[in-house]
Design a binder for this molecule. Structure first.
Ligand code: NAD
Length: 294
């Protein structure tokens, strides 16, 4: 079984790691939040790194599940590039900007390291159930090497092309996901305010043309789907500030290639308002609560 270093044990990382432990891999874990890290204290085949470099030194694979590109760059430049053994394969599953990722891949190569971007879709529920979709950008050989590891945490592992392409796919997906979450919230809120029963409305949408992941699996209206953030006061999911980041990444990409994404612009502005209202740490389905209480 492989030795794996893992950075970032937040809402996603903590579940992903659990699957790797169950698959008998040897894990070395690091998070700047000691509470997140100590959750894994005492588990078999798990080392808690006392410093970030220790996560890397003996690991054949290093997985990153970090909030943004600035942090990924810092971790790569300060700890991975100087301390990793030649041939180490870095799997960055964070959602970050394409240019930073390509730059990290190039720097890794210059240091005889290997790098793939492998952002995920499926949310906290997918991470918990080990059913994530991984969108991998990188060399074919590197893709083939990471598949057995990623299969422990996900169901669909797709090679999208060279470095950066995984992120392009992920950012396009989240552009749509952000827009459809707002749309689902608007429709649910309007129907309920006009007197419809929330269960009846959700069931109808889910057997009609409005059906989407947000309505079916991750409904923003509390009490429709059990075990999703909306049924838990919008805690422990995909923070609205992270969705804002992803929509801004989509706007940047669209600007670069001069493609109009008018709904993406509005969605980014809507999530910016949600964050300024103090709901930035709540799951991105908090759009329903925000509209409902307006
Ligand atoms: P999170 O904020 O819950 O977790 C991030 C973790 O990284 C935290 O525990 C934080 O303490 C840790 N961290 C920050 N800086 C660090 C550093 N320098 N070294 C080590 N650890 C550090 O975020 P999340 O929801 O788990 O998301 C992680 C990434 O995955 C983001 O890029 C996000 O966009 C993406 N993502 C999230 C979801 C989701 O549903 N939550 C779904 C798909 C993709």
């Amino acid at each position: 079984m492989a030795s794996v270093g893992f950075f970032g044990l937040g809402n996603m990382g903590k579940h992903m790691v659990t699957h790797l432990i169950a698959a008998n891999h040897y894990l070395t874990l690091f998070d700047v939040d000691s509470q997140a890290l100590n959750r894994f204290n005492g588990q078999k085949r798990v080392k808690i790194a006392s410093n970030p470099a220790m996560t890397v030194e003996d690991s054949k694979f290093v997985i990153l599940m970090l909030p943004n590109g600035r942090i990924v760059r810092d971790v790569c430049q300060s700890f991975i590039f100087p301390f990793a053994q030649p041939g180490t394969l870095i799997i960055d599953s964070s959602t970050i900007d394409v240019n930073t990722s390509k730059e990290m891949a190039k720097s890794a190569q210059n240091k005889q390291l290997r790098f793939v971007d492998a952002p995920v879709s499926g949310g906290v529920v997918g991470a918990q159930n080990g059913t994530l979709t991984f969108m991998v950008g990188g060399k074919k050989d590197d893709f083939q090497c990471v598949v057995p590891i990623l299969q422990k945490m996900g169901k669909y592992i797709v090679h999208t092309g060279p470095n950066g392409n995984g992120l392009v796919a992920k950012i396009c997906n989240n552009l749509l996901s952000g827009i459809s979450m707002i749309g689902t919230s608007e429709a649910m809120n309007l129907g309920i305010k006009l007197g419809l029963d929330k269960m009846v409305l959700a069931k109808l949408i889910n057997s009609s043309t409005g059906q989407c992941w947000a309505s079916q699996t991750y409904n923003p209206c509390p009490g429709i789907n059990p075990n999703v953030p909306s049924s838990n006061d919008y805690q422990d999911g995909f923070a609205s500030e992270l969705m804002t980041k992803d929509l801004l990444l989509a706007l940047d990409l669209a600007k670069e290639v001069q493609i109009p994404i008018p709904l993406g612009e509005q969605a980014a502005e809507f999530y910016r308002q949600i964050c300024s209202s103090g709901l930035g740490k709540r799951d991105f389905s908090v759009t329903f609560k925000y509209l409902n209480e307006k």
